[in-house]
Design a protein around this ligand. Sequence first.
Ligand code: OXD
Ligand code: MN
Length: 584
Amino acid sequence: MPTPLEAWVDEVASLTRPEKIDWCDGSAAEHERLIGEMLQDGSSFRLNERTYPRCYLHRSDTRDVARTEQVTFICTRNRRDAGPTNNWMAPEEAKDKVRPLLDGAMKGRKMYVVPYVMGPAESPYARVGVEVTDSAYVAASMGIMTRVGRVALDRLGRSDEFVPGLHSIGDLDPERRFILHFPEEKLIWSVGSGYGGNALLGKKCFALRIASWMARQQGWMAEHMLILGLEGPDGRVTYMAAAFPSACGKTNLAMMVSALEEEGYRVWTVGDDIAWLHPGPDGYLYAVNPEAGFFGVAPGTNTRTNTNVMEALHQNTIFTNVALTANGEPWWEGLTEVPPENLTDWKGKPWSPANGPAAHPNSRYTVPARQSPSISPRWEDPAGVPISAFIFGGRRARLEPLVYEATGWQHGVYAAATLASETTAAATGDVGVLRRDPMAMLPFCGYNMADYFGYWLEMGRRLTHPPRIFHVNWFRRDDSGRFLWPGFGENVRVLKWMLDRMDGSAEARETPIGLVPSASSLTLDGLKMSRESVEGLLRVDPSDWAAELDLVKAFFEKFGAELPRELHEETDRIAKQLHSSSVA
Ligand code: OXD
Ligand code: MN
């Protein structure tokens, strides 16, 4: 009798008809072999072996450089279960539409079977997935981002408890690209893209979209969150998880070099993108990082913004769509102030500034997490780490203060559900367009977000020690458009305030939107900030907030009667308090 896994692989092979099937074991020798295949097909190049040993540059198809949300679908029997923020197709309709694209798609190609574990191998919270792919780049990247091979097969045995993911690059034509999720079957089909977020199926597809669905059924949470440990002067480490929409510096925060190191504060990295959170027997929420690597945005990364990742990137790293220097090193905008002479751009052409950026704005590095000097000694703790605080943040030029604390769980869920960020030039060309991105999960929630908000509220009732909830904004500007806060390593000062709130030593002022630090409760020594700047950072402007509430109400209308009443209660409460504070 074939195992359920063997039966599925047979089924997939008879549909896609590969020339050869290769079961991946996750070994170093296999990684070398996969890299060899990438080098052979001309899509990848070896970098300078002296300064970047075992590092490679991969160039993707120029039409395949980012996630494609418009062709990403949640395929549930009832449209309602996908909700108003997801693209939806009925499962059979989706399969009928996409099956012809997979039919014979691997003819003349090799099919790699990649069994993998998401989460620390020994953890009860870890789960198995199996990706079948016809891309050596995808198989090699999965080997960095997840735990591949025997470890997964041993865990699985003859069980059918794995998330199958069928991936084919197809012909890479964006017109024939589909990323389909079938949460009721826990199945993923992805065709027409080799880009990480579309093609490394363990990441967004499994660990967020399918896992968020599983988590709600099984009593846990799958969130788009970094996990960090903040060590204080007494050596105790407090763990926090934080959600930010893209382009808000999540990886940099997770790997921050603390500006308060001399005072004894240090940041340890557990994860930079995804958290799986389970209630423990003690009523705390425990987080594991399901991933084993970082798939980070290269542009803007340098020794000032993220020195830890810079150190990690010098070996065993796959770079995608970065520029290449004349001596075979990777380069991207922001790495050095002045671009080196004779660069080759991300498309493989001699670079000239007139042709736009040398590296694609969404060029990436894929690097093993253990290589970061900041990696937490507990990053693979099978029990996870207890989370004391959730942090939500966006990029807002005016409205949001540097930090505030929610008055309780319900208010915190409201703050998270109304999370929003202004777009940057790099992302869209439209600067300052406001996008709501609840819990930074808008593109990643595998079910109806109204139900998701309800589930968050429910979680707060279930936990006897729920995390405290904070909101931050590193991006507030003054009237002349200058950033008020220095950011990066100085952000530790805000984390310290949170720590001080938790042990009861930091003062906060009650405002209609939450608990805002008193200026004296923040540790700002050495920053040389003017009193006006500090006031500007902490100001809560009632008329700006009244305008924000109108936008929030319009956003909530999307969910109609299904929006949990608690979120309306919060909107009304804040409106009332704003009104009385502005007349007072
Ligand atoms: C990512 C993303 O790549 O959120 O992590 O898009
Ligand atoms: Mn992400």
